[in-house]
Design a protein around this ligand. Sequence first.
Ligand code: NDP
Length: 245
Amino acid sequence: MTLTGKRALVTGASRGIGAAIAKALAAEGADVAITYEKSADSAAKVVDAIKATGRKAVAIQADSADVAAVRASIDKTVAELGGLDILVNNAGILRLGGLNDIALGDIDALLDVNVRSPIVASKAALPHLGKGGRIITIGSYFADRVPSPVLGVYAASKSALIAFTKALARELGPRDVTVNLVQPGSIDTDMNPASGSTAESLKQFMALGRFGAPEDIANAVAFLASAKAKYVTGSTLTVDGGANA
Ligand code: NDP
């Protein structure tokens, strides 16, 4: 196990990619806190699954759009787990619409959850991260290639994370804390089901011709969280089945 003794917080981990990341970090020996917005039952199941492996786990209700809740989730993680070594900014939302159609409320929600929340959570985590600490954020392959106009604001929110990751890697390098971005391709979750109406057109882009599983992203995050990735920082790891190849 590569993460024995580490304490992690994974945001938005009641379902989908976040739940897989939380379980993968626990499988490598980490104690794990997760946040969720609404799905208390699903979050409790993730916690139970992690506890069944012998690791500590706690679910924290925290709306990523709420700055105070984001800050409080860091404090609660530190109180429950005794510290924080790994922050995974995973919580994210998808709202579609071209610029002419998208509502201001959707623009605000995308920026609040997908951009401000990782920044605020990372800032709140700073005092707690020691040597070997990790910040890993989940972006999107649509930050690099935007195949539809309805993705504009979502893609903009995810591309902001590339620059943020690079700057924070430079800020935290002297402390031996690494900062990286994982950009998933189309992964089979509630957000983007492999059986959804856009699935066939999305598959046309993919070298591998199939959707990924949440575990495909979780494995990349577990690697970046481990000491094996100690010289990887300021980087973007795209895990998209070759969709942007
Ligand atoms: P899902 O919609 O399947 O799950 C989202 C998770 O985030 C849930 O646990 C949800 O909690 C939580 N969440 C959503 N909004 C908030 C909020 N405001 N506050 C706190 N938690 C919140 O998404 P995915 O697992 O597919 O996506 C995870 C990340 O991966 C996102 O950042 C997404 O943008 C990114 N991504 C996903 C891709 C895909 O194809 N699936 C492709 C590229 C990037 P609750 O259950 O309580 O609602």
